[in-house]
Design a protein around this ligand. Structure first.
Ligand code: NAP
Length: 246
């Protein structure tokens, strides 16, 4: 259980992040529901948590902005006195073949998916070291583990998240801080809803379990890595993908 723990979940207004926020709150954590543009949807997540007897607050921040990420973390530390769990979930896609990919699309995806995770970790590390403990869980992707045609930017960002996770895990292990990655396969959210039927069929063909996963599949893995029971697990990439990347 996560009573007395303060958790920040980035990109928690929709999809996987939303479910992670709901699940951590259901285990007793006070959850900061970060969002970028979807204020109403973030408030809906907070309301749902509060209706179930939990504690949550929505806080706007574009995590790709180093200074703004610092302001988010400082606000949480000043308001709640600590950060026990950081889930770097915020992510975007700008798919296209490498030879046609614009510099802007490459940079946008790297800035949110990889630099966004770095920005939040950089601003929370000192506090977690002071606390002598913490859990950082970075949401990577099967695309970062295996590579995916049409996603050079996204695959690079998610592979980068794995390197970032392992380096940080080595730096902070002796301080009681664990840093792990969860690599989802294809999960039913708005991110995958936009895929064409032919792309979805090709994806299912690659999944040994022959079906897309649900947001709860990812949230349960994150909740475990955030728990005291996972204290001796660090620097790992947990693939939650129906067997896709084995
Ligand atoms: P989604 O439904 O598109 O939701 C993305 C979330 O990220 C939204 O809450 C969005 O907030 C937030 N976000 C985007 N840019 C942000 C920024 N600069 N600052 C703060 N928040 C930002 O995506 P999802 O499918 O739930 O994916 C969540 C994570 O899982 C992503 O990292 C994604 O790469 C990863 N993933 C997903 C799948 C999948 O199949 N769905 C597979 C592998 C990995 P606003 O709405 O407020 O803009």
């Amino acid at each position: 259980m996560l009573e007395q723990k303060v958790a920040v979940v980035t990109g928690a207004s929709r999809g996987i992040g939303r479910q992670i926020a709901l699940t951590l709150a259901s285990r007793g954590a006070r959850v900061i529901v970060n969002y970028n543009g979807s204020a109403a949807r973030a408030e809906e997540v907070v309301q749902k948590i509060q209706e179930a007897g939990g504690q949550a607050e929505a806080v706007q921040c574009d995590v790709s902005d180093f200074q703004k990420a610092g302001e988010l973390m400082n606000y949480v530390i000043q308001t709640y006195g600590r950060v026990d769990i950081l889930v770097n979930n915020a992510g975007i896609t700008r798919d296209g073949l490498l030879m046609k990919m614009s510099e802007e699309d490459f940079d946008a995806v790297l800035n949110t998916n990889l630099k966004g995770a770095f920005n939040c970790m950089q601003h929370v590390a000192r506090q977690m070291i002071r606390q002598k403990g913490g859990r950082i869980i970075n949401i990577s992707s099967v695309s970062g583990v295996m590579g995916n045609a049409g996603q050079a930017n996204y695959s690079a960002s998610k592979a980068g998240v794995i390197g970032l996770t392992k380096a940080a895990a080595r730096e902070m292990a002796s301080r009681g801080i664990t840093v792990n990655a969860v690599a989802p396969g294809f999960i039913n959210t708005e991110m995958t809803e936009v895929l064409s039927d032919s792309v979805k069929e090709a994806a299912v063909a690659q999944i040994p379990m022959k079906t897309f996963g649900e947001t709860t599949d990812i949230a349960e893995a994150v909740a475990f890595l955030a728990s005291d029971e996972a204290r001796y697990i660090t620097g790992q990439v947990l693939c939650v993908d129906g067997g896709m990347a084995m």
